[in-house]
Design a protein around this ligand. Structure first.
Ligand SMILES: [Zn+2]
Ligand SMILES: [Zn+2]
Length: 554
């Protein structure tokens, strides 16, 4: 089969806190898809990076009296380490601070201006005459018109209402305390409204490819009525606006961060000698694109990003598959930093093998609905499926051979029905993966493993070995064949176990295709794939880290 071009964009985590469980669940499908397609031999470009600009990082930097770059760099480095521990293999994980990205965004921004989709608009904005600068909402201290409490320019700190800065009373500059004045300020606006018809068509065309929540959210966004959006912001931290007279402003993060897919994609393509314009082209019949993110990111990927691509007029393909997850709750509660119950990926990695987490969050992931996560559910799922089904099948077969035959597996006949079922499984699981239906794919993988265990039980090799050695060899060889094929099928989701099996049986590198086996095999360094987890041990640890989390969260 001809190699396909696969573009996978994983959402860019915002660099002002550690990766948490919600990120893990939302981003994992991207890595699983990348591994699957690479196993098929397709030409995969899988990219992401850290979203490093914008107001929250700027604000926090001011409070902690460090530079925004220090904060962003700290979390970016943490993200890289965590993704690595989770077994993610991006072709490139970059950041919006990279020179290439900044240059790319400036170039595309100019192009969008030239194409007529960005215009200038003057509006009244709060200004501090002693600091000589316009103030963003969060740089303002004021009084809430609803409750009289202390507020910023966009939110009351007492009643929590979100406010428009024009209604906030008694406004002062946060930095110097001076009273603010209103002054005309010019901003650039992106003409999102120009793409309404096209975006509606995009939704209609992708009814079968986008997840339900993506279709729903995108439609809701359009039905509410699109509005043109400010493309510049009064900030010092971000990508400079390539227009004269805008030196005191930066490109708004919503326009800049989504362009990261293309800036990093282009970088990867260049390194491989691929023409990125041709790769991403609408005229490339071999291209499939996947965008993988959480629910709160849906409008950016289903409306804003496609509108920006259209405005660039590069003839790039608009998103094919939107793999958008719902939310993860913890013990039936919403997670949040302020509640102190936000579990980070690092904390989970201290308790569990990355395979355990990858399995749990793909098998039970928030694919169609919010998922409820609990430590005891992770443990039970691990024990039941990874230990009880996968680990058990591999171990009961190979340790028997190890004991009775010094690890020598004799060539035998592979059962025809099993062979057929194996080939069919690759096809079925692959189709689920390609539609972004990971829960179905993983369920199918474990149906294959269940079938293997059933086959073993019905053949009773422990009796065959005494009565009919030829049948025993056939059974064992058929089971070895299934183990070898499991090593391929699980590779996208459970890369550690896949590698272990391949080492034990000295099998060729993972590919998404039938492993046919040849001749005899010798078991080497047999080890358990997974150990049973004792719930008590982990739950004690979790009580400790709950306290830790509370101490750490700022
Ligand atoms: Zn209030
Ligand atoms: Zn001031």
């Amino acid at each position: 089969m001809e190699k396909r071009d696969i573009f996978i964009g994983g959402a860019w985590p915002y660099a002002n806190y550690y990766l948490h469980v919600g990120h893990l669940a939302a981003l994992l499908p991207g890595d699983i898809l990348a591994k699957y397609f690479r196993g098929k031999g397709d030409n995969v470009i899988y990219v992401s990076g850290s979203d490093c600009h914008g107001t929250p990082i700027t604000e926090r930097a001011r409070k902690e009296n460090v530079s925004p770059k220090e904060i962003a760099t700290h979390y970016h480095d943490e993200f890289v380490k965590t993704f690595d521990k989770l077994g993610f293999e991006y072709d490139e994980y970059s950041s919006t601070m990279s020179e290439h990205h900044i240059k790319y965004v400036e170039d595309q921004f100019k192009k969008i201006i030239d194409n007529g989709y960005i215009y200038e608009k003057e509006e009244l904005q709060d200004y501090c005459e002693s600091c000589n600068t316009f103030l963003s909402d969060r740089e303002i201290d004021g009084v809430c018109p609803h409750c009289g409490g202390k507020s910023t320019g966009d939110q009351c700190e007492v009643c929590g209402d979100s406010l428009d800065s024009s209604e906030v009373l008694d406004k002062h500059c946060k930095k110097c305390g001076s009273k603010t004045v209103m002054k005309e300020n010019k901003h650039l606006y992106f003409q999102l409204t120009a793409f309404e018809k096209q975006l509606q068509e995009l939704i209609n065309e992708n009814k079968n490819k986008w997840r339900k929540n993506a279709l729903g959210e995108a439609q809701k966004y359009i039905d509410m009525g699109l509005v043109d959006r400010a493309a510049t912001r009064q900030l010092e931290w971000g990508v400079p606006v390539p227009v004269k007279g805008y030196e005191d402003k930066r490109i708004y993060v919503w326009i800049e961060a989504v362009l990261g897919y293309l800036s990093v994609g282009e970088e990867v393509a260049e390194k491989r000698g691929i023409d990125f314009d041709k790769f991403m082209s609408n005229n490339n019949p071999n291209l499939k694109t996947y965008y993988v993110h959480g629910k709160d990111n849906i409008p950016f990927h289903t409306t804003i990003y496609p509108a920006i691509i259209s405005a660039m007029k590069n003839n790039y393909k608009l998103p094919d598959y939107i793999v958008s997850s719902a939310y993860v709750n913890l013990n039936n509660e919403k997670m949040s930093k302020s509640k102190g119950n936000l579990i980070t990926a690092n904390e989970l990695l201290e308790m569990f093998d990355s395979d355990t987490l990858r399995f749990y969050f793909s098998f039970k992931g928030p694919e169609t609905n919010d998922m409820n996560c609990s430590l005891s559910d992770i443990i039970q799922t691990h024990n039941k499926f990874l230990v009880g089904m996968l680990g058990n099948f591999v171990n009961r077969n190979l340790s028997f051979i190890n004991k009775k035959f010094a690890g020598e597996i004799q060539e035998g006949k592979i059962d025809e029905t099993i062979k057929e079922a194996t080939i069919k499984s690759y096809k079925l699981i692959g189709e689920f993966f390609e539609r972004g239906e990971l829960r179905n794919a993983v369920t199918q993988i474990f149906e294959y493993i269940a079938m293997a265990n059933k086959y073993y039980d019905s053949q009773k090799p422990w009796i065959q070995v005494k009565e009919d050695i030829e049948s025993f060899n056939d059974t064992t060889y058929t089971c070895t064949y299934m183990i070898a094929n499991m090593a391929n099928m699980i590779a996208p989701v459970l890369p550690n176990a896949s590698k272990k099996i391949k080492e034990i049986l000295n099998l060729p590198k993972y590919k998404w295709e039938e492993e046919t086996l040849q001749g005899n095999y010798k078991i080497q360094n047999l080890q358990m794939l997974y150990n049973r987890i004792d719930e008590k041990n982990v739950l004690n640890m979790s009580e400790d880290f709950q306290i830790e989390t509370k101490k750490k969260s700022r």
